[in-house]
Each structure stands twice: as C-alpha cells, then as structure tokens.
Design a protein around this ligand. Sequence first.
Ligand SMILES: Cc1ncc(COP(=O)(O)O)c(CNc2cc3ccccc3n(O)c2=O)c1O
Length: 360
Amino acid sequence: MRKGLQYAATPGIADLLEWIKMLQKAIHNPPTMGITDPQRQLDVLVTSGSQDAICKTMEACIEKGQNILMECPSYPGTLGIVKPLGPNIIEVKSDKDGIDPAHLKQILSKWNPSDAKDKDSELPRLLYIIPNGGNPTGASLTLKRKKEIYKIAQTYDLLILEDDPYFYLQFNNPYIPSFLSMDEDGRVVRFDSFSKLLSGGARVGFVTGPKAVLERIGLHMQVSVMHASGLSQVCIHTVLESMGLEGFKNHALKVADFYRRQSEACVAAAEKHLTGLAEWAAPSGGMFLWMKLLNIEDSYTLITEKARAAEVLFVPGRVFYADDTKATPYIRVSYSVVSPELMDKGFERLARLLREETKH
Ligand SMILES: Cc1ncc(COP(=O)(O)O)c(CNc2cc3ccccc3n(O)c2=O)c1O
C-alpha cells in the first residue's frame, strides 16, 4: 500500500513492470528484447488501460492530413481518438480471417517503397490492426496473413500498431503468434490490457514497443496522467504475483473457455431465430459477433430506436467505420455478460422486428 499510495515513476511501478516484461518474454519472446540499438530496443510502459496507450500513441504519431491505414471495420474507441487528429484514414478491408493483405498491398502500390525514406512523401506510416477476436468482427488474423502483412510493413517501413486486448481470448490453441513475436525490426507497437482477464475498472494496460516511440508516449503521460494509478498497479501486481506465470496462463485459458462457450450459445441462439434474416461468421475469439441484417439497407434506426424500445441492445454497424454517416446493414452483438436464456430472448425480439421491417 505504501508503494501504491505514493507518486510513482511514469513507466509504472517497478514490480509490475518487471512482471510484465517477464510475461512478454514468456509469451511472445520478442526479437527486440535482444536489440542493443536504443532507438529500437524493446520498452514497456504501464498505462491507464490500453485505451490511454492507444490515445497517446496516436497523438504522438499522427499529423493533420497524414494518410494512415486502419483495419475496417474497427474499434470505435480508436476511431474516436484518431478522427479529431484529422488524418486521412485509409480503411483496409477485412474478412473472417482478419485484415486482407491483398487489399493492403493494392492500397500501397500507389507509392514506391523508396518513398518511405522521403519524409515529405504521403506514403502512410502507420497500420492499425486488431489481430485477435476483433472488435467488432470477432475475427482473428491467420499466421499466414500476419507474416505477409509484416513483410509488407518492412517493404514500406510501416509502424504496426497491434491492438490486442483479446489475445488471451483466442478460442483456439496454441495462440496465433503476435506481430511482436516476429518483430525483428522494432516496428511493432503492441497494446495489451488486463481488462479482459482481471479487471476493466482497475484501468491497467501496457504498451510494448521500440524505445523511440515509447519515450514520446512517456513524455505525454508525464504531462497528462503522470502515471497509471499506483493503487491499481499494486492490486494487479499482487494478483499476478499470487498467480505466478503458470497460474496466469491457466486463468487465461479458463477465461477464454468461458467466452468460447458464450460465443457458442450466442451462435446457437442466432441460428435458431435469425436464419434467413441475418448472416454472420462464428467468432474465433473475443466477445463480439458481427452480424449482417438481410434485406436491410441501414441498421441504424432499427437498432437505436425499435430494438431499444423492444429492450434489446446492439450497436449499429455505422459507428465501426471512419465515415459513421454511411449506411450499413451490420450490427455488433456483445455476448460477454448475457445468459444463454437472454441471448435467446434478445434474438427472438430482433427476429420479430426484422420480420416487421422486411414484411417476412
Ligand atoms: C480493440 C480494443 N482496444 C482497446 C480497448 C480498451 O481496453 P482497455 O484496456 O480497457 O482500455 C478495447 C475495449 N473495448 C470496449 C470497452 C468497453 C468498455 C465499456 C463499455 C463498452 C465497451 N466496449 O463496447 C468496447 O468495445 C477494445 O475493444
């Protein structure tokens, strides 16, 4: 408590930082841990949730008018950070296997790889990806695609922002290796979170990446939050210390198993009530199902007015795109805290609304 109640160093409380570095080594074994070049050497910062790490990274790296590459559809919490900074967001298509390397290559073919050396070039510098259990898609990027994307990032000298709060919520084992685990160049900035495994309210996340980038984020923190909550850090560290690495890994597997069972119940309820009225791909991780409503042009009013009045909540698909005025028939379903019985009720209500809407 003495440590937790006193001001702490910006990067985080030493005990927790040490535990996190041990975890990153054990799980990802990043090549950058061995790099001696101070600019590229791996560093870690504890942040107020990974949300704050993403926010400070975008503030440090994005200039108005600059082209940036973002997985699409994407997490509204990141779109909400990025859009006010005024970049030109280039949306990279994704499917049930994550972001599409072919589309990424096609977008970048507009430039020459040599443009990466020209600081005035409009070549995008950042690629933002949610590799596992995507929000909103529930999709996980295959290893084959990850390797292809890392090579493209090397060719065009991109910084990969690996936003991965659902890494431990992958339903399949072994885990698909992270971009950090293949980062021989020091071009991956990885955002992790304790929200999905231990506590969202503690607001403890961490960013792992090359010193050159993390130093800037650290300076932002010094003049904004100074450091993540000392009390939260001490609580999280105490739990991690009591679990130990093996205990943490077993706990993560149990949490993933819970969400896998939730996703299976969600898909079963969808099949029962929405077959013929909607389409979806079973999630491979995380806590979301991305659903396309059939014979519907735009889900927005149906979801924000009629479904809400029928007391069933979804998120309309519009908010997951850079242009949130564009019509889309998609909705995001969250199954994390809903019982199978309530999933059944919720989809039954949605099915009734869809039949009324499409006169089925
Ligand atoms: C891809 C991706 N990256 C970063 C974060 C932030 O996590 P942090 O470590 O806790 O800061 C998230 C959290 N996502 C959400 C959180 C949430 C909290 C209350 C209510 C609703 C929420 N919905 O809907 C969300 O999607 C995320 O999905």
